[in-house]
Ligand binder design. Structure first.
Ligand code: HMG
Ligand code: MG
Length: 298
């Protein structure tokens, strides 16, 4: 494997969808523009899901239309169905992400549909995306545990990942949605999926609820994964897991990767400053330890 790791910054979407504080449309746009000036190559900008389900991102179209798009940065958005696809395309979206779970119970709570039903919903979306030249990423949630069914069999993670990949998703992001996994378990999960799907089409997505995210990430990096989802300032949480913290903080991930001698192309001080700025907007301390250390005022 190479020494470059692509960070998929999910703060503006996965982070903000779970923050209680109101964030204005202008601040969301500023967040994305600040992030795109740090050297990040992929920034998940927002989500065209039902505003009844996720009111925090009801201004998705305004946000997307307002950002200054850089040619070297991809700005994927989350899409749950054809309605979302049409809303996204209307403002010029060129990359989307679809999402389902390895746990049937979780998927029902999240999108009001079983796994097979959600995959069937994506079939026409993927067909249209292919015809329109739109890239599609796929998420599998609850890969290391589910708040409803508890353990999630590895075979289910593999099966759902394979389905998304076969449907045309160029990359599958494996998500420990509620942040309960530990390193050896995380690596075994990655390796089980990698036995069926090329490793370079896989990404890992950790939440830090039990403080395991960086350790899990390291275990997966050692197994060869080179795409990592993270959220600046550790933004987010999970509405279905009490006490759940947000995504692993991008600043912490970049700090660790650079320390390991891996490249990200990200300007860490600039990213830390953006994390500090976002935390102020959210009215709380940054969820990034590296960010806190780097922006501390003596
Ligand atoms: P539903 O209520 O079962 O279906 O929702 P519906 O089709 O009857 O839609 C209800 C209403 O929403 C209707 O409006 C639709 O028109 C409208 P009404 O007739 O009542 O006025 N609607 C929409 N409006 C705007 N955009 C749309 C859209 N679709 C329908 N796209 C649905 C089903 C899938 C839409 C809903 O459950 C939903 O949007 N869920 C999204 C939940 C979500 O965003 N969860 C968080 C993302 S997943 C995640 O965070 C995990 C991840 O980070 C990885 C990890 O951490 O593991 C990816
Ligand atoms: Mg997530």
């Amino acid at each position: 494997m190479g020494d470059f790791v692509r960070i998929v910054e999910v703060g503006p979407r996965d982070g903000l969808q779970n923050e209680k504080a109101h964030v204005s449309t202008a601040d969301k746009i500023e967040l994305i523009d600040r992030l795109s000036a740090t050297g990040l190559r992929t920034i998940e900008a927002t989500s065209f899901v039902s505003p009844k389900w996720i009111p925090q991102l009801a201004d998705a179209a305004e946000v997307y239309a307002g950002i200054t798009r850089r040619p070297d940065v991809a700005y994927p958005v989350l899409v749950p169905n054809e309605t979302g696809y049409e809303r996204a395309r209307a403002v010029g979206v060129e990359e989307i992400a679809v999402f389902t779970a390895a746990s049937e119970a979780f998927n029902r709570r999240n999108v009001n549909a079983g796994i097979d039903e959600s995959l069937a919903r994506f079939a026409p979306v993927l067909e249209r995306a292919r015809a329109d030249g739109v890239k599609v990423r796929g998420y599998v949630s609850t890969v290391l545990g589910c708040p409803y069914q508890g353990e999630v069999p590895l075979a289910d993670v593999v099966r759902v990942s394979q389905r998304l990949h076969a449907m045309g998703c160029y990359e599958i992001s494996l998500g420990d949605t509620i942040g309960v996994g530990t390193p050896h378990q995380a690596r075994a999960m990655l390796q089980a999926v990698a036995a069926e799907i090329p490793l370079d089409a896989l990404a890992v997505h950790f939440h830090d609820t039990y403080g395991q995210a960086l350790a899990n990430l390291l275990a997966c990096l050692e197994a060869g994964v080179r795409v990592v989802d993270a959220a600046v300032s550790g933004a987010g949480g999970c509405p279905y897991a009490s006490g759940a913290s947000g995504n692993v903080a991008s600043e912490d991930v970049v700090y660790m990767l650079h320390g390991l001698g891996l490249r990200t192309g990200v300007d860490l001080p600039r990213l830390a400053e953006t994390g500090r700025w976002l935390a102020a907007r959210l009215g709380r301390e940054t969820g990034s330890k590296a960010g806190k250390a780097m922006t501390a005022v003596p």
